[in-house]
Every structure is written in C-alpha cells, then in structure tokens.
Design a protein around this ligand. Structure first.
Ligand code: ACO
Length: 324
C-alpha cells in the first residue's frame, strides 16, 4: 500500500498589515464589530509586487527547504487558487518556471476556499496510484484583488497569503483519507458574477473591476451545517472516534464557524490552530498557512492526528485526515 506523507511545509504572507482600525478610517465599521462577528483583528494585503504567484513561490521554496527536497525531484505541482495572476498560462505553470521544476505536470484547481483541500486530494491520489513520488501542493490567494473597498460586508473579511507542503510516497501513513464535495445550487450566495466567457460588461460598482459578492449570513448557516457533516463523514470513513483527534486545522473564515466545528468534535480551542485573527480569510491559503504555523512553532508533532477541513464558494467543501 502506498501512502503520501507530509515531509515539509512552508508559508508566506504579504508585508502590508491592515488592522481593523485602519479599516475604520475608510468604512462605516468598527473594530469591536469585526472582532465579535469574525474574530479578525488584522489581515495582510498584497502590493502590486506580490501577486499570487510570488506569494506561492515563497511558500513553496520554504516547504522544499523544510523537506530538504531539490526542485528537480518534484513530479507534480497542484495549486489551489481562485485568484490566478493571469487567465492563462495557469499560475501553477508560472510557479513551475520560477522554482525551476522539471517538465512535471502543473495545474491550478479552482474550488474557492476549499482549493487547498481539493489540491491535496488530487496530489494524494497521484501518489497513491504510483504516478508521482514527490508532489508540491500549494494554496495561494490574493482575494484583496476582488474586494470592493467601499463595501464593509466583504472588505473586512478577506486577506492574502500562501501556504505549501511537499508530499512524498511512503509505506507508512500519512494521509489517511480525503473527501471533496460540491453543490453548484448555491452559486448565487458567493461569487464574482462576471468572467471570461460571460464577459465583464456592466461592471460599474468597483471601478470596473470584478468583485466578490457574498450573502454572508446565508453562507454562514450552510457552512456550519456542512462542516458538521464532513467531520462525521471523515470519522466514519476511518472508523475513528473524535477523541482520537489531536488537532483541528480548519479553514479560517470566521472564529464562530471554527468554534462550532470544535464544539461538535468536543475539542477545546487549544487543540484548534487559529490564524483568522491575524490573517483574515485567505481562502485556499488558510489551511496550509495554519498548518505551517503550528508545525514550525512545535505545536504539531510527528504522529499527531490532524483533521483539515474547508468550506467555500461553489459551494465546495472537503476534509483530509492525516497522521502527521
Ligand atoms: N461593520 C459593521 N457592521 C456590519 C459590517 C461591518 N463590517 N458588515 C455588516 N454589518 C452589519 C450589517 O449591515 C447588518 O446590519 P443590520 O442588522 O442593521 O441589517 C449587521 O451588521 C449584521 O449583518 P450580517 O451579515 O447578518 O452579519 P453576520 O453576523 O452574518 O456576520 C459575516 C457577517 C462575518 C460575513 C458572517 O456571515 C460570515 O462569516 N459568513 C460566512 C463566510 C464564509 O464562510 N464564507 C465562505 C468562504 S469565502 C470563499 O469561498 C471565497
């Protein structure tokens, strides 16, 4: 039996910190509301010199270094992103060139905030079926490029960043399971309303730029329900009791959503990796950013049982159960 194991992680954040107090100066909002409703205190926002592929390149370099793997050894690059630098070539191809990877497969996966879990699931399958031995998996986003900075409903929520990991084929687990799901019936609750094929006509609100639209309250309710289901599905598929979990590494959309999942698992908040307070919602980057932080500060140790989960636009959702 072949499994995939995480042999190195890395992450990268843009330099600019935007606090809730900074946003109070440009929006009808306040620090207390943002902290009470979301848990966010500040977020990082990319400059023009820090597009998605630059954040991703830096995160991938740190993951390769931590894994002690040469770029030439990588068999596949899978990138979860909703905010690619260009329509094409894919951002994965641009990163492949920056890192000097060989002529390996390189692809973007667009599953909004679940993008990293989707990318991880694909990478794991390539390793399990024997087609790849070392895979670079990344989640990188600049959601700030889709924000209307005049709309408090979305402007306070999102941030930019990237996280990455190197997976290696191993006789020992490793990734025990991944589950991915989608339901396009909810497309109207979280989207950009414009695109390449449909066209960008009619955009006047956000200086003519594409804009992320979210019916936050409705998304919130479905997110809590759905994450409860994916947690049950993951534990049942692995014949595992929730008490066997050491760490929850959730998508960092909202501290209240994260707390609801932790309560369902009877986990105390010390067993949950939280970055939403400092990063905001970094979409596909949030899970690998949180994982890297807890690996590097020594909280997550070899042998620990990790549950990764995410929920986002589509709707999409998914999980990964990992013996680290
Ligand atoms: N500052 C102050 N007041 C605000 C702000 C703000 N930034 N934003 C909204 N409000 C007001 C609203 O106008 C409303 O006022 P009213 O009662 O007078 O009408 C009130 O606050 C409550 O608004 P709600 O939208 O009901 O607030 P809620 O408690 O739902 O919090 C939030 C909003 C934080 C967006 C929450 O709904 C949420 O986290 N939703 C889920 C987001 C998510 O998980 N997205 C998926 C991933 S994203 C992706 O895939 C790209």
């Amino acid at each position: 039996m072949i499994y995939s194991r995480i042999i190195g992680t890395g992450s990268h954040l843009p330099k600019k910190v935007v606090t809730n107090h900074d946003l109070e100066k440009i929006l009808d909002t306040d620090d207390q509301w943002i902290r009470d409703r979301t848990g966010i205190r500040e977020r990082r926002i990319s400059s023009a010199e820090e597009p998605t592929t630059v954040l991703a390149e830096n995160a991938c370099r740190k993951a390769l270094e931590a894994a002690d793997v040469d770029p030439g050894e990588i068999d596949l690059l899978v990138l979860g992103t909703t905010t690619p630098d260009l329509i094409f070539p894919s951002s994965a191809c641009l990163i492949q060139k920056k890192l000097g990877l060989p002529d390996c497969g390189a692809m973007d996966v667009n599953a909004a905030c679940s993008g990293f879990i989707y990318a991880l699931s694909i990478a794991d399958k390539f390793i399990r079926c024997g087609d790849a031995k070392k895979v670079l998996v990344c989640g990188a986003e600049t959601l700030s490029s889709l924000i209307n900075w005049n709309k408090r409903e979305t402007a306070v929520i999102f941030g930019d960043g990237a996280g990455a990991m190197v997976l290696e084929a191993s006789a020992e687990p490793g990734i025990l399971s991944t589950h991915i799901h989608a339901n396009g019936n909810y497309a109207d609750l979280l989207n950009t309303e414009v695109g390449v094929s449909r066209g960008f006509e009619g955009l006047k609100d956000n200086d003519g730029k594409a804009e992320l639209m979210m019916k936050g309250n409705e998304v919130f309710k479905v997110a809590v329900r759905t994450l409860g289901r994916i947690v049950d599905e993951t534990l049942a598929a692995n014949n595992m009791d929730k008490s066997e979990l050491d760490w929850l590494i959730p998508h960092q959309a909202n501290l209240r959503i994260i707390s609801a999942t932790a309560r369902k698992l009877d986990m105390n908040m010390e067993q949950v990796v939280i970055t939403v307070d400092r990063h905001g919602n970094t979409s596909a980057a949030s899970v690998p950013l949180a994982l890297d932080e807890a690996v590097r500060d020594g909280r997550i140790k070899r042998g620990d049982m990790l549950l990764l989960e995410a929920f986002g636009g589509g709707f999409t959702w998914g999980s990964a159960l990992i013996k680290y």
